[in-house]
Write a protein that binds this ligand. Structure first.
Ligand code: IMP
Length: 199
């Protein structure tokens, strides 16, 4: 089975290729097929945004005459209980001001500031991924992965990306950025969602 993963994030592609290793599934990224799909993520939920990405890639693939591929896409974010589930679908652009792009560091800084007065027991949060697979015949499968934990008080660790340096997974005392890529893959929200999707 050939699957176009609607992303150019090579780290995501690496993680998902590891997950499907040993299965009869070949993963391609947008750049592997010279596709440029990059729709605006206007959804209010992770599922809506994952579907927007998958459908846009599917449309471009059809337009360019590709056949024999299913399309997979995902959308993820961090949901902090003290922020009523925020930043959620806005995780990537949490610290954006007037449309000016922000860095992962800006996001972490803004979140630590927002939680400044919140004590550790109340800094609970989870990462969530919704992964969507659309087959050539239009049938659609969806899977959800969640990783629960706590937001620390300082950044710690240099691995991973995004909110990893401030997210302490449940049952550990270290941040996701202090885990190796392999250790993170085993527990990550994305890993859980894609393992379910391709099961
Ligand atoms: P995406 O949908 O995978 O592109 O994720 C959207 C945003 O959520 C990212 O830009 C990060 O800010 C955050 N995020 C998603 N997954 C992770 C993760 O595994 N670690 C840290 N941050 C993440």
């Amino acid at each position: 089975m050939k699957v176009l993963l609607a992303t150019n994030n090579q780290n995501k592609a690496r993680e998902i290729r590891n997950i499907v290793a040993g299965k009869d599934i070949e993963i391609f990224t947008l750049s592997d097929l010279n596709l440029a799909s990059d729709p605006e993520e206007t959804g209010q939920t992770f599922a809506e945004n994952a579907t927007i990405k998958a459908e846009a890639a599917l449309a471009e693939m059809k337009e360019k005459g590709f056949a024999g591929y299913a399309v997979a896409a995902d959308d993820s974010g961090l949901c902090v209980d003290a922020l009523e589930g925020g930043p959620g679908v806005y995780s990537a652009r949490y610290a954006e001001v007037n449309g000016k792009p922000c860095t992962y560091k800006d996001n972490n800084k803004k979140l630590l500031k927002a939680l400044k007065k919140i004590p550790m027991p109340e800094r609970t949060a989870h990462f969530e991924t919704v992964a969507v697979l659309i087959n050539e015949d239009g049938t659609r499968t969806e899977a959800v992965g969640q990783l629960f934990g706590t937001i620390g008080k300082h950044e710690r660790g240099h691995n991973g990306f995004g909110y990893d340096p401030i997210f302490i997974p449940e049952g550990t005392a270290i941040t996701l950025a202090e885990l190796s890529a392999e250790e993170k893959d085993e527990i990550s929200h994305r890993g859980q969602a894609f393992r379910k999707l391709f099961a």
